[in-house]
Design a protein around this ligand. Structure first.
Ligand code: FAD
Length: 484
């Protein structure tokens, strides 16, 4: 019995559900990853995510050879259309089945349906497993058997359903003998960025650790900070969160390992661990929302919010451009956008602040912001990103009510009181006293003069007045109230 294991968003050999299944059911297993042209061809030629993947693949290749202790085993990496390359390779190898892990994004499901059909025509099976969440699809349901649309009861049901079974790692090492040599000799080395037509990004300069080893290094660094997570996580200048999102996105770390650790520490009374576990549950929550309501990709989770009329035309486009480039005149918003543009990461508190600003201060459709985040974020994940944007625009499940509008100045005063984060990304404002940093246009002329800062030249004047914008937003959202 032989099989082909197709790696996708699970770039690790250890504790991998699909790989475990393939190795335990087959005597001979080959592993392949496809740098999918359908996904890569439309991307700009510098992309941190592509670089992250290429680095992580090289590590995975070594991991597989070490596991098998034979150099003839290894990861085959193709640069092709996955929907065609996988069935073609399966046919050449003459395997009985292709194995992989679930990916419930609509485009991935469509691709997998195509692969399944081709394989069936070739007389080959297609087996898929849950791997990248603890609970998926319809595993956590209300008592009446429906899908949860509100987080807290979902979380309670999630915790109630959790048993050690769901956290147990899938042992791969003990089945490693089934990793097969490639018939035509060891596979070619993992392609370089240049081989696939990409150029290096600033990933190296950012020192973002890649691969499974990178994920474990970040985890080791984070664990001593776990007890303080609950307090530290809201302040962007503080090293509070884990920075593991990109690893969860690409599966260089197992969710079972992280949730298991968080759960164990929470049981021992660590409040920070309980809060962190909650964040991991939010991740499962949005994955199951997308799986059960794929329409959220295009439309509001709450349909009545699709009646809202957003700003359109050249002026809206100019405002949007200013937001993208960090030129709104609101320092916290601008510093956050510069963090995103320069590093591909943005602190969670800031994601909420800038999303609210785009939608509720500039009156721009949340889908524009969602698309921009999708291009820029290293950890871009359709379910979490869509969930986050719909939360901010109040159109999503368990979103904040539309009349709760973040004030970008008080958010700044509260979460970056000393301006450490703002000064990191906006050095031209560094000399301003803390009291003036959050809204420089309100500073006294004498203060501005003393610092040499000229608003409009060195830093923009605000592109919108928050109080006026607030009124416009309440009026804009009134259509929802009338319909509801
Ligand atoms: P930690 O605080 O260490 O949290 C641990 C993990 O929990 C994260 O890595 C992530 O996997 C998960 N998590 C935390 N918060 C959330 C959340 N609100 N929803 C879902 N999962 C969560 N997260 C993404 O992974 N990809 C996205 O594309 C994404 N887009 C977002 C867009 C908006 C508008 C908002 C408000 C939030 C978005 N988030 C997204 C959620 C959150 O901001 C990031 O997961 C978090 O900032 C990542 O940093 P971390 O790994 O240090 O998080």
């Amino acid at each position: 019995h032989s099989g082909l294991f197709w790696i996708r968003r699970d770039l690790r050999a250890h504790d991998n559900a699909g790989l475990h299944q393939a190795l335990s059911e087959c005597d001979q297993v080959h592993c392949v990853f496809v740098l999918d042209r359908d996904i890569l061809d439309p991307l700009p030629r510098q992309d941190r995510r592509v670089e992250f993947i290429v680095h992580s693949l090289a590590e995975l290749d070594t991991e597989l050879r070490e596991l098998a202790q034979r150099p003839g085993v290894g990861l085959r990496v193709e640069h092709a259309r996955a929907s065609e390359a996988v069935p073609a390779l399966a046919q050449r190898l003459g395997v009985q089945a292709v194995f992989c892990n679930h990916d419930d994004e609509p485009a991935a499901l469509a691709r997998d349906a195509q692969v399944r059909t081709t394989l069936a025509r070739q007389g080959q099976a297609f087996h898929t497993r849950k791997d990248h969440v603890i609970f998926e699809r319809q595993e956590v349901l209300t008592q009446s058997g429906t899908v949860y649309g509100v987080f807290t009861p979902y979380k309670n049901a999630w915790l109630k359903k959790l048993t050690p079974f769901y956290l147990k790692p899938y042992p791969v090492a003990r089945h490693a003998a089934a990793l097969a040599d490639w018939p035509e000799g060891p596979p070619a080395p993992v392609p370089s960025l240049a081989d696939i037509g990409f150029e290096p990004s600033n990933l190296g300069a950012l020192r973002l650790p890649t691969g499974s080893r990178g994920a474990q290094a970040l985890l080791t660094d984070f664990l001593p900070r776990l007890p303080a997570y609950g307090q530290a996580r809201d302040f962007p200048a503080v090293k509070g969160p884990s920075y593991l999102s990109v690893h969860l996105r690409f599966g260089t770390v197992s969710i079972r390992q992280l949730a298991g650790l968080a759960h164990e520490r929470a049981q021992q009374g660590c409040a920070g661990a309980a809060t962190w576990l909650s964040e991991l549950i939010w991740r499962d929550f949005y994955v199951q929302i997308l799986a059960n309501h794929p329409r959220v990709v295009e439309r509001s989770f709450k349909p009545e919010y699709d009646a809202i009329e957003w700003e359109q035309g050249p002026q809206a486009e100019a405002l949007f451009q200013a937001w993208c480039e960090g030129r709104t005149g609101y320092p916290l918003v601008d510093a956050a956008m510069l963090q995103l543009n320069q590093t591909g990461y943005m602190h969670n508190r800031l994601r909420m602040v800038v999303a609210s600003f785009l939608v509720k201060d500039l009156g721009i459709d949340w889908r524009w912001g969602e698309r921009y985040f999708a291009q820029q974020l290293n950890d871009f994940d359709l379910s979490a990103n869509n969930g986050g944007w719909q939360w901010a625009s109040s159109s999503g499940c368990d979103a904040q009510p539309y009349f709760r509008i973040f004030n970008p100045i008080s958010q700044s005063e509260k979460f970056d009181a000393e301006g450490k984060f703002i000064r990191r990304y906006l050095p031209q404002l560094a000399a301003l006293p803390n009291a003036d940093l959050h809204a420089p246009w309100l500073a006294r002329p004498l203060t501005l003069q003393a610092t040499g800062l000229q608003l409009g030249r060195d830093y923009p004047l605000p592109i919108v007045q928050h109080d006026e914008a607030r009124e416009r937003t309440l009026a804009r959202y009134a259509v929802v109230k009338k319909k509801a």
